[in-house]
Every structure is written in C-alpha cells, then in structure tokens.
Design a protein around this ligand. Structure first.
Ligand code: NOJ
Length: 715
C-alpha cells in the first residue's frame, strides 16, 4: 500500500476535507473574505493548505504545526500569486510577452520560483493564460496578449521555468495554469462579468494555451471566476472533467479561485454552500480556496448521497500526490532551508534589468531623437511617474515591498552622471490639481531634451481594474500637451515614457510626442532599463503583443479577425468600416522600432507542395541599413484563403530574432510543421484541407509590410 493510500485509509472525513481546503494566512488580502487565525485549523487537520503567507520562518512555523501537531503529520502546501517575480520584480507578463523571447520567459519564471521557494513557498498561482483582446479588462496585464499561439509559447515556457526539471527540487514551485478558461472576453471588458463566446472561439483561441501548459506538465489548474454561457467554470463538468481531465488527461490538482465555490450561489446555480460544494466537486475541483464550502457542505452532501466518498477520496489523492511530487513529505522544510546569497540577488536584479530593457517597445522615434546624443548638458524629467519607484512594480507585486525599485529619475541620474537632470512632477497620476504644471513646463526652456513620464498607476490594471476610459488619468493630458507645446516652441524634442498595464488609447499623444517608449510596468529595475534604452546602451527590441487601438470604439481590434463578405472599401458605402476612424489599429501587433533600420527581402519557402507530415522551411534575408547594431524580430503568419470554414485574416505561426551590425545582412530561418496548418473543420474536428495557403513574413501584423509566398497543401 502506498503512503497516500495508507493516509487516505486512516483519515477522518474532517481530515480529508482539510486537505481539500486552502485558507488565507493574512499576509495579503486578495478577496472579499479576510482570514483569521489558521493555527487551530492546521493542528486539527482541518486546514491542509495555505495561501498568502511569505517568509521562510513564518511558513516553517506553520509547517511545524502541521507536521508535529496534527494527527497525521501531513505537510501543508503554501502558495502565493508570484506573477512576475516574488521580491525581485520582473516586467509584467504583458510586457514580457513583447520580448518574444522564450528563453527569457523561462528564465524569469525559474528565478521567481527560486526566490519564492527560498521564502518557503511551494506553489504559485501563475501563469495566467487568458487571451485578452479587450484593453478595458485590467487583467490583460497578467497575460500574453491577444494571440493564442503566442499564449501557447509563453504558457509552456512559464511552466518549464516555474516547475524546473524536477518538482521535488527545493528551488521549484508548482505552477497553476489560470484562469481556465475564456475569462478574457468578459462582457464589455468588465471584471468578473459574464462570458458568452462560440464553441469555435473557445477551442481555437482560449483553450490552446491551457493545452500547451498541460503538455508542458503543469501540475495544477485554476478555473475562472466567470461563467461561460451560463455555466460557471468552477462548476463546468464538460470543460473540467470532460476536456481537461478526460481529453487532455490532466491528472493534477484543480484549485478553485478565491471564494469562487461560494460565488456559485450568486451566479445563480447553487441555492446554498452545500449545493455549491457538490457542483464544484462533481465538476472536478479538488481544493476549495477560501469558500469554506467543502468543509461545511460536503459532510451534509455525503449524508444525503449527493456526493460519494470515492469522489472525495479521489480529490484527496490528487492533493497528496502533488505534495509528494513537491517533495514535501520527505523534506517539508526544504524550501526556505537556506537563504539566498547576495550574489544570487545581484544576478537576479541584473536579469530584471535585462528583461526590462528587452520589454520596452519603441513606438515612435521621429527624427531619430532616440537614443539621446552623448552627454546632454541638461535633461528635464517631468511627470508623475518620473520619480515613482513604488509604481514601477506594476500590478500584483507579490512580496515586492515598496522600497528598492528604481525610478526613471534615478536611472537617468545614474546613467548620465555629468548631465544636469532636473525634475518636476507637474501633476499627480490621478489628482485634479493643475498647480504644478507651469513649473514643469518652465523646465523645458533650458533643457536639451525632455523626458515625460506619464501613464496609469500600477493599481489601475490587474484584478478588479477594468476601465471604461483609456486616456491618461487625472490631469496628465493637460500636463503632456502643455509640455509638448512649450518644448516644440523652443525647438526641443519630447520623449514620452508611457507606463500602463494595457495599451492606452492615446492617438493625440502618439501624434504630438517626438518619441514614445511603451514601458508597461517593468519591475524593480525599471529606471535602469529605461535609461539603458534612452541612452542607447541597449537598442530597443520589444514588440507590442497586442494590436494597439486608435479609438476605444474599435475594441476588440486584433489581427486574427475573420474576413467579412464586405471588406472595407472607401468607395463603397455598404462595406465593413467606421464612418469616423479607420479599421486598422494605430499600431499593429508586433510593432516596435529599433535603433537599426531593417529591410526584409528574398522570401524562400520550401517545399512548394506539402503533405500533412512535411516540414516547411522558410527563409528570409534581413539587412540592417541603419547606423547602429540592433535586433530585429521577424514574424511568420499564414493565411488560408479558401477553406470549409472561414479562416482568420492572419494566423501567427512563428517568430525569430536576428541581431545585425550596421550594414550587415543575415538570414532568418523559420520552421513550420505542415500539421500546424490543420484547423477545426465544420464539425469542430481537426482537418488538413488541400489548397493554397499564404506564408507571410515580416516585422509586424500589418499586411502591407509582409512578404508573401504561396504553397499548396496536398492530401
Ligand atoms: C483571485 C485571482 O483571480 C486569482 O488569480 C488569484 O490567484 C487569487 N485571487 C489568489 O490571490
């Protein structure tokens, strides 16, 4: 008999339900229920898992209660949202997606895991795999943007990074793929709202990242708070038991979101906590996070025959198996046994700086005003986000305390010690006071360059942070326009550093500023990373992982849209267009300038005719005609023009990078398995249909900038 079987044999019902319960330990309040003291529950075996507790000492203290004072000595599983770093904060996931660098995605996850594990943690509620095409939704910040294929690559890299080669190693964390699934398209971008999408969109867009996470070995999944066409995911039998467990063979732990089982009552599908518990358990949810529904409801449900002991035992088995895989039985104090060295922390911050610089997207660079000319005499650094170290963290900063983050002002002062760097805030991020604007504007007169730092506050994206207006908050537009006007009157350039957890809709800013850097939220080394790009120490290489709308009324705007029978035609009134704005986004997915100047030519695709089992090789020459070394990102898209089901206008199938010195030329090779060209046919089953497919290669999803080559698919 295995250890797990023996334990299950010996457990009381209360102890079993304890293993299916996760309670907040009070470090962070992440939902409507505020936790009290958990110690008695741990000792009695009524609480088997904790969230929101950090610090190896604290975790070990709780662990000791479980090991030494509970009857069966089963170790606790302790988790936290380690979304983009633990104490050392890396760029937010949306920003990191824009590096298009799987090596980096994996590395930051493994560093975050090591740091969090050294703090005693064994689980992170990450990565977030929700595809998001609506910037009103604040949680866009936590994911990889609009594209499912990009989401798949990032999902796999993050799972590999968090979980490492062996989950039993003390520097790994159990990853939780969340939020399963289709949370991104909440109605009108409003947090927690209802979702209703087609079965096809669900399968083509929202499920693939989860499939990739499962294929990469993710050990846990968290259902979304939301419902899908009337069925809350927490109670979704078809998707949890059917698709996830049945079809994908996922045998890990399903852990509810915070209070989500209890919320089945407000969703209107359960009359009380007992019914809610029954629905969740029957759907396959193993751990109840913060609803107290399993502990209070399942004993009653069992008595009335609404659930079976076998259902409960199966869930307990999965939880204990995860604890075993994590090495918690053998070594309950392994995570957090040793403090990390100063050298490790220094190296990690260096990685945060590198990741930060790689995530910055140079959206506009008129007259090549970036990078700054060497050693300017004076720079004015203006705006409410210029000297705001705490804001650099972005949403969901886990255990990243407010201190120790590098502001833009500090970064520039360090990078340019001989430059006189003057600063004025001008206005608050959110406030209505305009009293400081004049002093800020006056700084433009004697400055060689102006760096204007504006955007959202960190807490304006992330969970429960939907916005209906995506302009700059507070009085920042007035500040920006006043500064730009004065600077231009004096013949100076204004470089905008834009902070946001989503693409803000600022056509006026992109028009009026001379240069714009989308800095998203870059984490603890933000200021150094920004200074690296501004001074030219690093040539920017980030690309926007979302189509950047020009007007809120265009939302959702994304490159993977399907064609219409009436494509936009300015000469024909009855076509698919707006009367007041163009259809295309202001910046296409993948847009991002560098300090080089790249041209792509000579697209070669072989073989010209392919069968399903073939590999397609795609080559393109890249020339850097600019004066600086830089890294170019090359995207591979396909377009199936004629199929039994209308295919998207563009489908992302790959990307690659090349670094070239001035006037150097190189060749980029992209490989595509023909099987990737399968799609879900009329009956939603995968088909490989013969016919022509366009292979498109270029710097972004703007069709006019793509090189095209046709191949033929054969049976
Ligand atoms: C609610 C969020 O939706 C989820 O992503 C998070 O993991 C939990 N709270 C725990 O903090």
């Amino acid at each position: 008999m295995s250890r797990i079987q023996r334990l299950i044999r010996d457990m009381t019902l209360a102890e079993k339900l304890g293993q299916l319960t996760m309670t907040a330990a009070g470090y962070a309040v992440t939902g409507p229920v505020i936790a009290g003291d958990s110690t008695d529950g741990i000792k009695s075996g009524a609480i088997g898992n904790l969230l929101n507790l950090v610090g190896a000492d604290h975790v070990h203290e709780m662990q000791r209660l479980a090991i030494e004072q509970s009857r069966l000595g089963i170790p606790l599983l302790v988790g936290l949202d380690v979304i983009h770093g633990h104490r050392t904060l890396f760029p937010i996931p949306l920003a990191e997606a824009g590096t298009f660098d799987p090596r980096l995605w994996e590395l930051t996850a493994s560093e975050a895991a090591a740091e969090a594990a050294a703090d005693g943690l064994a689980m992170t509620f990450a990565p977030m795999l929700d595809v998001s095409r609506d910037p009103r939704w604040g949680r866009s910040a936590e994911g990889a943007g609009e594209d499912p294929w990009l989401g798949m690559q990032m999902a796999a890299a993050k799972v590999r990074g968090f979980q490492g080669a062996s989950l039993a190693a003390p520097h790994t964390l159990a990853a939780v793929a969340k939020h399963f699934c289709g949370y991104g398209p909440v109605n009108a971008g409003r947090e927690y709202a209802s979702v209703d999408i087609s079965e096809r969109t669900l399968r083509e867009v929202h499920l693939p990242p989860f499939e990739a996470a499962v294929a990469a070995g993710v050990v846990a999944v968290m259902p979304a708070f939301t419902d899908l066409a009337g069925i809350p995911l927490t109670a979704h039998v078809d998707l949890l038991r059917g698709w996830l467990r049945g079809r994908l063979g996922f045998d890990g732990v399903i852990i509810s979101d915070y209070n989500a089982i209890a919320e089945l009552i407000r969703h209107g599908v359960a009359a009380d906590l007992t019914e809610a518990a029954v629905l969740a358990l029957k759907a396959g949810v193993d751990i109840d996070m913060m609803s107290n529904a399993y502990r209070s409801g399942l004993p009653i449900a069992l008595e009335h025959g609404l659930v079976s002991l076998a259902d409960i035992d199966a869930a307990v088995h999965r939880v204990l198996a995860l604890k075993e895989n994590l090495g918690l039985f053998e070594n309950p104090y392994g995570r957090g046994a040793r403090a990390e060295s100063a050298a490790t922390l220094t190296r990690r911050r260096q990685l945060a700086r590198e990741a930060g610089a790689r995530a910055i997207v140079l959206m506009k660079n008129e007259a090549d005003c970036l990078p700054l000319r060497a050693d300017p005499a004076r720079i004015a650094v203006i705006g409410p986000l210029a000297d705001a170290p705490g804001e650099m963290r972005g949403p969901w900063w886990a255990a990243g305390v407010a201190a120790g983050h590098v502001s833009v002002l500090e970064g520039l002062r360090t990078a340019l010690p001989h430059t006189d760097i003057v600063h004025a805030q001008g206005t608050d991020i959110l406030g209505t006071d305009t009293g400081g604007i004049q002093a800020a504007v006056d700084l433009c007169d004697a400055a060689d360059a102006i760096v204007l730092c504006v955007g959202e506050a960190a807490a304006m994206s992330g969970e429960a942070a939907s916005r209906a207006h995506l302009d700059l908050p507070g009085q920042q537009r007035l500040l920006a326009q006043s500064v730009i006007e004065r600077a231009h009157a004096r013949g100076r350039h204004v470089i905008v550093v834009l902070f946001s957890g989503r693409p803000l809709i600022l056509p006026w800013l992109f028009e009026e500023a001379d240069a714009v850097l989308a800095a998203w939220f870059l984490g603890c080394e933000a200021g150094h990373a920004i200074a690296d790009v501004v001074t030219g120490r690093v040539s920017p290489s980030g690309r926007t992982p979302v189509s950047w709308a020009r007007a809120l009324g265009q939302v959702p705007v994304f490159f993977g849209e399907r064609p219409t029978g009436r494509p936009a035609d300015p000469k024909d009134h009855f076509t698919s267009k707006y009367l007041d704005v163009p259809n295309d986004p202001l910046f296409a997915f993948g847009h991002g300038l560098t300090y080089g100047r790249f041209t792509l030519s000579n697209l070669r695709v072989s073989p010209p005719r392919v069968r399903e089992s073939d590999d397609i090789q795609i080559k393109v020459d890249v020339l850097n005609e600019g004066a600086r070394e830089a890294e170019e990102t090359v995207f591979l898209f396909t377009r199936d023009r004629l199929a039994s089901v209308a295919r998207p206008l563009l489908e992302l199938m790959g990307f690659a990078k090349i670094t070239l010195r001035p006037r150097a030329q190189g060749t980029v090779t992209l490989n595509l398995a023909a099987a990737q060209l399968k799609f879900l046919g009329l009956n939603l089953q995968p088909v490989f249909e013969p016919g022509e497919v366009e292979i498109l290669v270029g710097p972004c999803a703007d069709r006019s900038r793509l090189l095209v080559h046709c191949i033929e698919l054969m049976r």
